[in-house]
Design a protein around this ligand. Structure first.
Ligand code: NAD
Length: 475
């Protein structure tokens, strides 16, 4: 067995997959998951699962990605617990039927929107935040009253195993199931109709998911990636910005979907930024990051090799060491990288930060706009003019000023991409919307139905009534 094969999760048998599909479907159809009491109990179960087994989550993440325990706790355990807690506390408010104004044409009536669960949902997760990116969507799915099948990434085998072991102990096993495996198992799951599929991963597989979903007209939420640009100008402290950028970039060894992928700045700023990034890296991880317990590893040898192939562009400022066997890629900064270099053609998804020098903000906006819409767009600036220009002249999943990655700690901001970086979003109330159908309900309460004014035979009198009613309907 090669090392690469050894780093794959075990697979769930065809019989168990069929059973997971049948169970989640039957439970949904029984409507047992609708009462808020059931949903609250599941969210509590999720919170308990993570808090009681935080150490095991840390160990799994250390094994899969060399993640430091503090980082694992913050970005995976706490992230899930906070999301589940928020949804539990706001459950009544976010799921209640909402009244809407009705139409005078109908006379006395009541209009409302009811948030109804969609059915069993399929959540397909990636390897980079293998617990968070399966369980945060799950919290939304159960809060909205759905059942769910979870398919964690086979490339984070320890996390996948742990989920398969713990989920049945803490959550209703007839409503939430874990299916382990890779392409074959996911392909099998994609043959089924679902209430929704939420997929997180790369855009190529995103297309495969969408194509499979189209067969059943299953709605999809695609949480994809891409190259997230970062603009910085001389209106901010370059030293503080460099620390913030280094944290956003090198956390999880650069394997974060919203990590700044590349920097755009002027020649004036580039040199100072390169020096301050070097200092920040040394401050965080010491002179030899390989020895730092706080610095992670690349998920597998294949990705480490891919990253090694991206080095060589521009001028090396710091880093550049790669050890494929131990999946180590040093935190690396390259300056003077050109837009045509290989590193600028694909999402880096690793600890290499190229700095691309441009003439000014307009040129930076051109670079951003000549590429697919990114998931995140960052700017370190105090200038209102710059903020307004980026806001008005670019498109991206999110826009963040003067911090990096930390936008994910705001659960009230929906998280999702646009164009190549994804479709749909989730987190907080947006998760309830994503995993619900907003059903329009109209209730004619009493009185004569004034729609008789539109029944034939038509007359001048009826026309006047309809015109008057339609004018009153205008907002
Ligand atoms: P991955 O290889 O773990 O794949 C993701 C999932 O897709 C896995 O569960 C895998 O089993 C499944 N899969 C893989 N190939 C498949 C196929 N042919 N058919 C069906 N299913 C298949 O993860 P990845 O794609 O390497 O993840 C990295 C990418 O994900 C990056 O582009 C990153 O930016 C993006 N990402 C996005 C977000 C977000 O929230 N927007 C979060 C994390 C990662």
């Amino acid at each position: 067995m090669t090392q690469a094969t050894a780093r794959q999760s075990p697979t769930t048998s065809e019989g168990d997959i069929a059973d997971a599909i049948a169970a989640t479907r039957a439970t949904f159809e029984s409507r047992r998951t609708s009462p808020l009491s059931w949903r609250r109990a599941q969210l509590r179960g999720l919170e308990r699962m993570l808090t009681e087994h935080a150490d095991r989550v840390h160990d799994a993440l250390l094994s899969d990605l060399g993640k430091n325990a503090t980082e694992a706790h913050l970005t995976e355990v706490t992230a899930v617990v906070q999301e589940a807690r928020l949804l539990r506390r706001k459950l009544r408010r976010w799921t209640k039927e909402r009244r809407r104004r009705t139409s005078p044409l109908i006379g006395t009536s009541r209009a409302s929107i009811q948030r109804q669960p969609l059915g069993p949902v399929l959540i397909i997760g990636p390897w980079n935040y293998p617990i968070n990116l399966v369980l945060v969507p799950l919290a939304g799915a159960i809060a909205a009253g759905n059942t769910a099948v979870l398919k964690p990434s086979e490339l984070a085998p320890a996390s996948s195993r742990l989920l398969a072991e713990l989920v049945p102990q803490y959550l209703d096993p007839t409503a939430v199931r874990v299916v382990e495996g890779g392409v074959d198992e996911t392909t099998r799951l994609l043959e089924e109709p679902w209430g929704r599929i939420l997929y997180t991963g790369n855009s190529k597989v995103g297309s495969i998911v969408m194509e499979a979903a189209a067969k059943h007209l299953t709605p999809v939420t695609l949480e994809l990636g891409g190259k997230s640009p970062l603009w910085i100008d001389d209106s901010v402290s370059i030293k503080s910005a460099a620390r913030s950028i280094a944290w956003g970039k090198f956390t999880n060894c650069g394997q974060t979907c919203v990590a700044p992928d590349y920097v755009l700045t002027t020649r004036r700023v580039a040199g100072e930024l390169a020096r301050e990034l070097t200092a920040a890296i040394e401050e965080f991880y010491g002179a030899e990051p390989r020895l730092s317990p706080d610095y992670g590893r690349i998920v597998n040898e294949r990705h480490a090799e891919r990253l090694a192939g991206l080095l060589g562009a521009g001028e090396l400022v710091t880093g550049g060491d790669v050890d494929i066997d131990s999946r180590y890629v040093a935190p690396t900064v390259l300056v003077g990288v050109s837009r045509e270099d290989a590193i600028m053609q694909e999402e880096i998804f690793g600890p290499i930060l190229p700095i691309v020098v441009v003439d000014d903000l307009d040129a930076a906006i051109d670079v951003i706009n000549e590429r697919p819409h990114p998931l995140a767009l960052y700017a370190y600036t105090r200038r209102r003019r710059v903020k307004k220009a980026l806001s008005a002249r670019t498109q991206s999943g999110g826009l963040t000023f003067n911090t990096a990655v930390a936008q994910l700690s705001v659960p009230h901001l929906p998280f999702g991409g646009v164009g190549n970086s994804g479709m749909g979003a989730y987190r907080g109330e947006q998760s309830i919307r994503t995993f619900s159908h907003e059903r329009s309900v109209l209730h004619k309460t009493r009185g004569v139905d004034s729609t008789r004014a539109v029944h034939p035979p038509h007359s001048r009198w009826k026309e006047r009534v309809v015109t008057k009613a339609s004018t009153r309907m205008l907002p």
